[in-house]
Every structure is written in C-alpha cells, then in structure tokens.
Design a protein around this ligand. Structure first.
Ligand SMILES: C[S@@+](CC[C@H](N)C(=O)[O-])C[C@H]1O[C@@H](n2cnc3c(N)ncnc32)[C@H](O)[C@@H]1O
Length: 271
C-alpha cells in the first residue's frame, strides 16, 4: 500500500496504523482536531498522541503544514493545559510552530458561570515541517484605507535587528487577514449535514486553511476526520483528500457528505 492507494477515500481505522502505509513526505496539508481531555465520548475512542505526531512529521512533505485545532477542559477550577503541552511536543518532534491562530466562536455554547469569562475560542496551532512553502494569504479591507499614517518600529528577531519604517502612504485598500478567525458554529446551512457528529468543524474554517496552505491537486489529510469536513472542503476546492476515522459510523457519515456535496456549497474562488 502507498499514499496513492488512499487518495480521495475515507478509511476506517486507527490513524496510527493507517499512516504506517504512507510514504515519507507524501502529504501537503493536515487539518485536524483530535479528541482531547475526554470532553466527548466518540465511538471507539483510542488516541496515541505522541505516536500520531511522529507519524505526521514523517508523512508531511518539507514545507508542508499541520493545522491542529484544540482547546482545554477545565477540571477542579484549572485549565488542563493540554493544548500547550501538545504544541510543545510538536516542536520536540521537529515541527516549527509556524503560527498560533485562534478559532473564535461567534456563538459560543452558554456556560455555567464560574467566576470567569465565557470561553469562546480554540487554538489552531499551525505547524510547518521546515519553512512553509505555500501561503496564499486571505486579504481583508484596511480600516484606514487612504489615510496617511506615521512610521512604526519593526524588530527582526531572527537577525536581532530593529528598524523604524514608514507605513504605506496612503494606506492600501487591502491587507493580510489577522490570525484570529471567527465562525458561526453549527448554525449555517452548509454545516447541517455534519450534525450527526458531536464536534464538526465549520466548513468555512477548513476552506480558509486549505486555500491558505495548498494549491490545486495537493494532498489534504485529516487523520481523525469525524464527519469528513476537511475532506468535503478539499474536494470542493479541487484538492485530493484522505480521511481516516476510527468509527465506522463517522466514516459512513463522511462518505455520505462527500457524495452529496451540492455544487453551490462554496462561493470562494478556487486557486
Ligand atoms: C474532534 S473529532 C473530529 C471532528 C471533525 N473535525 C469533523 O469536522 O467532523 C475527533 C475524531 O477523532 C476520531 N478518533 C479518535 N481516535 C482516533 C484514532 N486513533 N484514529 C482515527 N480517528 C480517531 C473520533 O472518532 C472523532 O470522530
């Protein structure tokens, strides 16, 4: 077996076993969300975190990206810190911590008040194997478009140099989007087919990462694909997908979603 045998398929199994059959450097992008802190009882839960990270490092190509979406449970008044521990292990395994991004939920689940603010985000740790090769930045409108602004100081930490530069004059119309991404969770029409899974990604989150870190025909993997959102996004955007989940029920759901992708699901431009 090789990675090619799994292209554009949903595979039922423990991802650690399935990944053993992949060639070194054969995947361009991973977008995934692992089970964490026993927050939810998924069918057939079994999770060897360190083993999976080492396999991901082997199968991702140089310059490729892993997007790891995770939060922390609060137990006896203290957040577990699982997210940070996992991020540091990725670095130990050889990955760069390319960016710590935030998935902000526009409609967070209401919580019991425990003398703290409502939790409304998860981390999206973006790891790269060596330096990132592909970045197709999403652009947004500049708040101060057309205005004359003063200079600002930049520090290049890699070279330990500090410079004071003028900002664009006048400010341009568009700029690169920030690293806090906000989505409505579970309510949008295009996310309804995933409802039988307890924790699906918003499809737009997946779409934004796929557009950012890959080009057409690249290989996008979700080793714990649940309802198959990453694979649906990859297929719609003309990338190759591979989805793995330990649960037959979730694999069946993912296959059904992929089969039923409506032609008008996305409005984004395919790169
Ligand atoms: C947070 S959910 C992923 C949801 C997914 N992002 C979506 O959009 O539906 C985590 C998934 O990991 C799966 N899982 C747990 N252990 C696994 C393993 N060892 N190998 C493959 N899948 C596993 C669970 O069945 C569950 O569906």
């Amino acid at each position: 077996m090789s990675t090619k045998d799994y292209l554009n398929k949903i595979i039922q199994g423990d991802c650690l076993d399935v990944l053993k059959n992949f060639e070194n450097g054969s995947v361009d992008l991973v977008v995934t969300s692992p089970p964490y802190d026993n927050l939810r009882a998924y069918n057939g839960y079994k999770f060897n975190f360190e083993g999976i990270v080492k396999e991901l490092f082997r199968v991702i190509r140089k310059g490729g990206i892993v997007v790891w979406v995770i939060g922390d449970a609060t137990i006896d008044g203290s957040e577990t810190g699982t997210s940070f521990q996992q991020a540091l292990f990725f670095k130990e395994a050889g990955f760069n911590l390319h960016d710590t991004m935030i998935f902000k939920k526009r409609n967070p689940i209401p919580q019991v008040y425990r003398k703290r603010y409502t939790n409304e985000f998860e981390y999206m740790f973006v790891f790269s194997k060596e330096l990132t090769k592909v970045h197709n930045p999403i652009m947004v409108d500049c708040l101060h478009a057309g205005l004359q602004l003063n200079g600002t100081t930049y520090k290049n930490y890699s070279k330990d140099i500090q410079t004071r530069k003028k900002m664009a004059k006048p400010v341009k119309d568009k700029k690169i989007k920030g690293n806090v991404w906000e989505y409505v969770v579970g309510k949008n029409k295009e996310d309804q087919p995933a409802k039988e899974h307890p924790a699906p990604f918003p499809i737009k989150l997946v779409e934004d990462h796929i557009l950012s870190w890959t080009n057409k025909s690249d290989v996008v993997l979700d080793p714990m694909c649940g309802s198959g959102t990453t694979c649906v996004g990859a297929k719609k955007l003309d990338r190759n997908y591979i989805g793995i989940d330990i649960s037959k029920e979730y694999c069946d759901l993912a296959k059904k979603r992929i089969k039923e992708i409506p032609a008008d699901l996305f409005s984004s431009k395919v790169i």
